[in-house]
Design a protein around this ligand. Structure first.
Ligand code: PMP
Length: 371
């Protein structure tokens, strides 16, 4: 029988996707990693206009210049990152940015420090690049922050990169300014690259987001439109790389996807240039839901951190696998923490990207399980 390549064999399909296969028609799906809001109308209109204008051909590999200029301006003004359109690549989601960055950087056997629990694509991208993931244990007692002093202990001569993610999936943890600065210092002192996944940048509650690229030039900043503008299906993300790396990352991007869909690039441009009130409304609603979920879980005696960003909670419980199974029997879909790495054990993830009413019903179900 034909066998796949070893590096492909070494990874699994996402555990979350497997949960989706079990979603029934009447299920309340709290496993979703995407906003349940509609894409704002002006963004959808931009696609219709582009289509009517016949904007249906290849674009430049790096993306259309108007969009790269708008991204560069956003990064300069909002994130205080010195960059230019020449260092920005428009990718197929933040996922595409992660894939191209890791594949361009990592040699066989290189080590990459990744957050654990962390987004499932980190370990997969590292392994598909031939690298080795070194898992940084994010702990409840530190509000799931990636602490520079702990990361420093995991740096070896083989470390090529550190992947960080604030606000974080699946924890909702947000790094403090000093954490970000400390991680940037490690990148500078040890000549390694910090890959900063900032996809949840705008989904943050009462805290400020900081970008490490403000402090160090050894940073690839990754972001996208999926979460902020409820545009998951458009598949548009981007990366801003150190100028000397841009061409190498472009090689992977170019030979894997050529360019991001032309129409969707126009949608992304409309998202950046149009009104931003939908973002504020969405974040306000997420915060209300977070308070509901955290309040109800704590009321049940379940230990649960107060997430400060993204739209996930990662409560702690003795036997999460059993809870996930029992909840599924009652049509509530959750994800066991181990789907996000070995340090996710003893936890389960709830995504509160579901309606307030559904979240209330789901909390009633969890309470009735009496576990
Ligand atoms: N990074 C993180 C932390 C995520 O949670 C996700 C989506 N679940 C992504 C990246 C991928 O986003 P995109 O749709 O832009 O590929």
């Amino acid at each position: 029988m034909m066998k796949p390549a070893k590096r492909v064999e070494s990874i699994d399909l996402s555990g979350i996707r497997k949960m989706f296969d079990m979603v029934g028609e009447n299920s309340i799906n709290l496993a979703l990693g995407e906003p349940d809001f509609d894409t704002p109308p002006h963004i959808r209109q931009a696609v219709k206009d582009a289509l009517d204008d016949g904007f249906t051909h290849y674009t430049g590999n790096m993306g259309i210049i108007e969009l790269r200029e708008a991204i560069s301006q956003k990064l300069n003004t909002e994130n205080h990152i010195k960059t230019s359109p020449e260092s920005i690549i428009v990718t197929v989601g933040a996922t595409g940015a992660l894939y191209s960055s890791t594949n361009a950087l990592i040699d066989e056997g290189d080590e990459v420090i990744i957050p654990d629990p962390g987004f499932v694509a980190y370990d997969a991208c590292v392994k598909l690049s031939g690298g080795k993931s070194v898992r940084a244990h994010l702990k409840d007692e530190n509000d799931f922050r990636m602490l520079p002093e702990e990361i420093l202990e995991q740096v070896t001569p083989r470390t090529k990169a550190i992947i960080m993610n604030s606000p974080g999936n699946p924890t909702g943890g947000v790094l403090e300014k000093e954490d970000i600065k400390g991680l940037a210092d490690i990148a500078d002192d040890h000549d390694l690259i910090l890959i900063s996944d900032e996809i949840y940048e705008k989904i943050i509650y009462g805290k400020k987001h900081y970008s490490p690229a403000h402090y160090s030039e050894n940073v690839i900043t990754i972001n996208g439109f999926s979460k902020t503008y409820a545009m998951t299906g458009f598949r548009v993300g981007y990366l801003a790389a150190p100028p000397e790396l841009t061409e190498d990352i472009l090689k992977i991007h170019q030979y894997s996807v050529t360019c991001t869909t032309s129409l969707c690039q126009k949608a992304a441009l409309a998202a950046l240039q149009g009104p931003q009130d939908s973002v504020k409304e969405m974040v306000g609603e997420f915060e209300r839901r977070r308070d509901l979920v955290v309040g109800r879980l704590r009321g049940m005696g379940i230990k649960c951190n107060q997430p400060q960003g993204a739209f996930y909670v990662l409560p702690e419980i003795d036997n999460p696998e059993h809870l996930v199974e029992e909840a599924l029997k009652k049509d509530v879909v959750l994800v066991p923490g181990t789907s996000f790495g070995k340090y996710g054990e003893g936890h389960f993830r709830i995504s509160y990207a579901a309606s307030y009413d559904d979240l209330e019903l789901a909390m009633d179900v969890l309470e009735s399980l009496n576990l």
